[in-house]
Design a protein around this ligand. Structure first.
Ligand code: ADP
Ligand code: MG
Length: 583
C-alpha cells in the first residue's frame, strides 16, 4: 500500500427517533435532551454524553446523509474504504436510518442512507466521466458490484442467492471469510451482482430485502434478530491525477518522452451494516428456540463489544483483539481498527420506558469513539510502482546534477565521494571575499598616507623658500599641487614596478619551460613612459618656477618704481599673474 496511513477515529453519531404513536398513547415521557449547538445528549437530568454528531428527534434523513455519509462516498473515489453501521435496540430506528427496509411506498425525503449513497455514487460516476471527456482525457472506467449478506445464528446467508433454500437455515452455507496479506477481509462463495445504474442497484437491494423479510416471516422471527451487511465494491481505472508538485519538478522529461497517460486503479469497499437489536435477552422474554437465537444475536454484538473495548481501551492496546469470536466481527475486522473510515450511528428511543437500553447504547457508542482506524488508499501495484519510480527519477536527477557540477566524484577504485574541491572552493570563495574587503581598507590607508606625505614635503619646500626669502602663498600652493602629482606618479610607478617584476618572473619561468619563447622587452614601455612623464613634469615644474621667480622680481621692481599703492594696480597685476599662470 502506498501513501501515509491516515489515523482516524471511528466517528460516532447518535440519532434519537421521534416517539411512536403507541408510546404516546401509553403515556411515555421523553427522557432525552440535546444541548443546543453542541453534539451532546442528556439522558435524564444528569447523564451527559458527547459524540461527533447528535441528531435530535426532528432531524431529517437528508441531514444525516450530508453530515455523516457524503464525505465517505467521495472518499470511495479516492480509494478509501468506508463502513457505516447502525447500532441500537430493536425499534430504535436502525433500519429506518439505514434504509435497509426498502419500503416500496416510501417518500423521497424518508429515504435512508443506502438509497442516497447509491444515487450519489452513480451521479458522481457520470459527472467524473463527463468532466474527463470535457477536458479531453480518457473517461475513467468504473466497475461497481454489490453483495448483501445476513448474519443469523452465526450463519452467513446470501440475500442475493435466489436459489437459497430458506428452510435449510440450519445447514452450513458455503460462504467462507478470508483475510488477504494486507489484512483485508474478503468472502468466498457469495453472489456478487455487477450493476451499472442506480435503478439496477435499487432493484437488487429490494429483492435482497424482500428475501430477508420472507425468510423471517416463514421462520416467525423478526428481521431485527439478524445483522444485515450490504457491501458495495467500487473499482476505478483512471488517468493518474497530476499534482502541482509533480508538474513543477523535472517530470517534464518523462511527459515529453512519453505523451501517453498513466492509469491507476483504485478500489474501495463500502459496508452498510444494520445490526441486530442490542436489547438484553431477558427483556424479550424469549424461550426455547427463540432464546437460542437471542443468545446468538448477543454473541455477535457481545464480540463486537469486546472488539470495541479492546481497540478503544488504551491500556489494552497491545493485547489480542478478539475478531474471530464471531462471524460479525470477523467480517467487519478491517472496518474496526483497520483500513476503513468508519461511522457508527447509535439509534436510541426517546421514551423513558427504554431508559436502560438507551443508557447501554450510549455507553457502548462512547467506547467506539476511542477506536483508531488506519485509513489507506487502495491503489493497484502498477500505480504504486509508477509513483515509486517517479520519486526515484527525481532523486537520480539531483544526483546527476551533482556529478555534472563536480560536487560528487568517483575515484579509480569506483568509490564514490563528495569532491574535496567542492569544500575547498567554498572556503576559497570566503577567503577571497575577506581579502577583497582588506584590499579596499588598505587602499584607503595608502591614499591617506600619500596625502600626508604631500602635505609634509610641500611644507618642507615652503620652509626652504621662506628661508631664501622667496616664500609666497601662490608658490606654496603650486609646490603643493606639483608634489601631489609627483607623489601620485610615484605610487603609480611603484605599482607598475611591482607588476613588472611579477611579469618578468613569469616570463623567466615560461622561457625556461619553452625555448621558443623570446624574451623581448615587451613590458618596458609602460615603466619607461611613466619615467619619461615624471622627468617631463619635473622639467615643466622647473620652468614654471623660473618664470614665477622672474615675475616676482619684476613685480618688486615695479613696486619700488610706483610708490602709489592702489587696489586697481594690484588687481591688474593679479590679473596678469593669473593669466600667466594659466598659460
Ligand atoms: P430497528 O431497525 O432499530 O428495529 P426501525 O428502523 O424498524 O427500528 O424503526 C422502528 C419504527 O420507528 C418504524 O416504524 C420506523 O418507521 C419508526 N422510526 C424510526 N426512526 C424514525 C424517524 N427518525 N422518524 C420517523 N419514524 C421513525
Ligand atoms: Mg431493523
Amino acid at each position: 500500500m502506498l501513501g501515509a496511513a491516515d489515523e482516524s477515529s471511528v466517528r460516532v453519531a447518535v440519532r434519537i427517533r421521534p416517539q411512536l404513536a403507541k408510546e404516546k398513547i401509553e403515556g411515555c415521557h421523553i427522557c432525552t435532551s440535546v444541548t443546543p449547538g453542541e453534539p451532546q445528549v442528556f439522558l435524564g437530568k444528569d447523564k451527559a454524553f458527547t459524540f461527533d454528531y447528535v441528531f435530535d428527534i426532528d432531524s431529517q434523513q437528508e441531514q444525516i446523509y450530508t453530515q455523516c455519509i457524503e464525505k465517505l462516498i467521495e472518499g470511495c473515489f479516492e480509494g478509501y474504504n468506508a463502513t457505516v453501521f447502525a447500532y441500537g435496540q430493536t425499534g430504535a430506528g436502525k433500519t429506518y436510518t439505514m434504509g435497509t427496509g426498502f419500503d416500496v411506498n416510501i417518500m423521497e425525503e424518508e429515504q435512508g442512507i443506502i438509497s442516497r449513497a447509491v444515487r450519489h455514487l452513480f451521479k458522481s460516476i457520470d459527472e467524473k466521466k463527463t468532466s474527463a471527456i470535457k477536458n479531453g482525457l480518457p473517461p475513467p472506467e468504473f466497475k461497481v458490484n454489490a453483495q448483501f449478506l445476513e448474519l443469523y445464528n452465526e450463519e452467513v446467508l446470501d440475500l442475493f442467492d435466489t436459489t437459497r433454500d430458506i428452510d435449510a437455515k440450519n445447514k452450513k452455507s458455503n460462504i467462507r471469510i478470508h483475510e488477504d496479506s494486507t489484512g483485508g477481509i474478503y468472502t468466498v462463495g457469495v453472489t456478487t451482482r455487477t450493476v451499472n445504474t442506480e435503478p439496477e442497484m435499487m432493484q437488487c437491494l429490494k429483492l435482497g430485502a424482500l428475501s430477508r423479510t420472507t425468510a423471517s416471516t416463514q421462520m416467525n422471527v423478526q428481521s431485527s434478530r439478524s445483522h444485515a451487511i450490504f457491501t458495495i465494491h467500487v473499482c476505478q481505472t483512471r488517468v493518474c491525477p497530476q499534482t502541482d508538485a509533480e508538474n513543477a519538478t523535472d517530470n517534464k522529461l518523462i511527459s515529453e518522452s512519453s505523451p501517453m497517460n498513466e492509469f491507476e486503479t483504485l478500489t474501495a469497499k463500502f459496508h452498510f451494516v444494520d445490526l441486530a437489536g442490542s436489547e438484553r435477552l431477558k427483556r424479550t422474554g424469549a424461550t426455547g428456540e427463540r432464546a437460542k437465537e437471542g443468545i446468538s444475536i448477543n454473541c455477535g454484538l457481545l464480540a463486537l463489544g469486546n472488539v470495541i473495548s479492546a481497540l478503544g481501551d488504551k491500556s489494552k492496546r497491545a493485547t489480542h483483539v478478539p475478531y474471530r469470536d464471531s462471524k460479525l466481527t470477523r467480517l467487519l475486522q478491517d472496518s474496526l481498527g483497520g483500513n476503513s473510515q468508519t461511522i457508527m450511528i447509535a439509534c436510541v428511543s426517546p421514551s423513558d420506558r427504554d431508559f436502560m437500553e438507551t443508557l447501554n447504547t450510549l455507553k457502548y457508542a462512547n467506547r467506539a469513539r476511542n477506536i483508531k482506524n488506519k485509513v489507506m488508499v487502495n491503489q493497484d501495484r502498477a500505480s504504486q510502482q509508477i509513483n515509486a519510480l517517479r520519486s526515484e527519477i527525481t532523486r537520480l536527477q539531483m544526483e546527476l546534477m551533482e556529478y555534472k557540477t563536480g560536487k560528487r566524484i568517483i575515484d579509480e577504485e569506483g568509490v564514490e565521494s563528495i569532491n574535496d574541491m567542492f569544500h575547498e572552493n567554498a572556503m576559497l570563495q570566503t577567503e577571497n571575499n575577506n581579502l577583497r574587503v582588506r584590499i579596499k581598507a588598505m587602499q584607503e590607508t595608502v591614499d591617506a598616507l600619500r596625502a600626508r606625505i604631500t602635505q609634509l614635503v610641500s611644507e618642507q619646500a615652503n620652509q626652504v623658500l621662506a628661508r631664501a626669502g622667496e616664500g609666497n602663498e601662490e608658490i606654496s600652493n603650486m609646490i603643493h599641487s606639483y608634489i601631489k602629482e609627483i607623489e601620485d606618479l610615484r605610487a603609480k610607478l611603484l605599482e607598475s614596478e611591482a607588476v613588472n617584476e611579477n611579469l618578468r618572473k613569469n616570463l623567466t619561468r615560461a622561457t625556461a619551460r619553452s625555448p621558443y619563447f623570446s624574451a623581448s622587452s615587451a613590458f618596458s614601455p609602460t615603466i619607461l613612459s611613466s619615467d619619461k612623464e615624471t622627468i617631463e613634469i619635473i622639467d615643466l615644474a622647473k620652468k614654471d618656477l623660473e618664470k614665477l621667480k622672474r615675475k616676482e622680481k619684476k613685480k618688486k621692481k615695479r613696486l619700488q618704481k610706483l610708490e602709489e599703492s592702489g587696489r586697481e594696480e594690484r588687481s591688474v597685476a593679479g590679473k596678469d599673474d593669473n593669466a600667466d599662470t594659466d598659460q
